[in-house]
Design a protein around this ligand. Structure first.
Ligand code: GUN
Length: 290
């Protein structure tokens, strides 16, 4: 039995952050200021708070300015839109990230639409999604761009390969499909209504799983030699009473003997997201400076 390679996303992300830090130093020399990233966190969701802390720390480590805005769950939509308007106008701020999900009484689409597309380092604004779709230069969502970087590092040229993206979210599935199409892959987007997912997955040279269902993709579904990117981060009960552990959307232990390479959970795609966010912030800073 051959065993596939485990893609070390943590190592790749560290390399990318180091590269970004060099670019940041060069920007600061030329511009006389650091690039700045503003992160807005609404409410007390513990997972979001962990991400935001980690983002702030890595932003500073990369040599950038980090601005954090914590607002209570009870914030009204108008007040949140006012904050975004302030950040749009603030010249020290090159990137604005509003941590999702937002509380139910806030219209997420309206908040995203309020962000200056030039500062939309998440790439969620319709202007950036549209540019990506037509192949214009855009700020691209961090997680799918990180997945693409890992794929190109592993496979080189992706042209002509069969890619199956499982999941059709605006944050991962749809932009991932656009990126793979740009690389001249033959792209299928599968989702919860897809019939016979096993056979759809089985034709893929590249599988990107982003559905948020623990170990849903079974090892035997994977075509021998395929490369698998597992975007899922699912918390499930561990064997030890009262403990939990993280698993992806792919049954990794089964898949490992089928794949050429696979990203682990944790330590695969996860670390890439923040590294790409820092990269996007530097890109936005350079573009704003002209
Ligand atoms: N929540 C989970 N992932 C993300 C992300 O990539 N960006 C934002 N803004 N919120 C998230």
């Amino acid at each position: 039995m051959t065993i596939g390679k485990i893609i070390d996303g943590k190592l790749f992300a560290a390399g990318l952050r180091a590269q970004v830090a060099e670019g940041v130093a060069a920007f600061a020399d030329a511009a006389g200021r650091k690039p700045g990233l503003a992160v807005v966190l609404v409410g007390e969701d513990p997972a979001s708070a962990v991400y935001v802390r980690s983002k702030g720390k890595m932003t500073v480590e990369a040599g950038m300015e980090s601005f954090e805005f914590k607002r209570p769950d009870s914030i009204g939509q108008e007040d949140l839109l006012d904050l975004i308007e302030e950040l749009n106008e603030d010249d020290r701020v090159d990137g604005i990230l509003v941590q999702l999900p937002l509380p139910a009484h806030i219209n997420e689409a309206a908040v995203i639409a309020a962000i200056d597309p030039a500062k939309d380092v998440d790439g969620f604004h319709i202007a950036n999604a549209g540019k990506l779709a037509v192949g214009e230069k855009a700020l691209v969502p961090c997680t799918p761009l990180g997945c693409l970087m890992l794929l190109k590092d592993e496979l080189g040229d992706l042209s002509g390969l069969e890619a199956v993206v499982i999941g059709r979210s605006n944050i991962v599935g749809k932009p991932m499909a656009q990126l793979l199409l740009q690389e001249s892959c033959t792209v299928t987007v599968a989702h919860s209504r897809t019939k016979d997912l096993a056979s759809v997955v089985h034709r893929a040279d590249i599988v990107v799983a982003a559905v948020g269902r623990p170990e849903m993709v079974k090892g035997e579904w994977i075509k021998p030699g395929a490369t698998v990117i597992d975007v899922g981060i699912n918390r499930v009960p561990a064997l030890e009473e009262g403990k939990t552990r993280l698993v992806g959307d792919v049954a990794t232990a089964e898949a490992i003997s089928h794949v050429r390479a696979i990203t682990p959970v944790p330590g695969g795609v996860g670390p890439m997201t923040i590294a790409v966010l820092l990269r996007n912030t530097l890109v936005a800073a350079c573009a704003r400076r002209g």
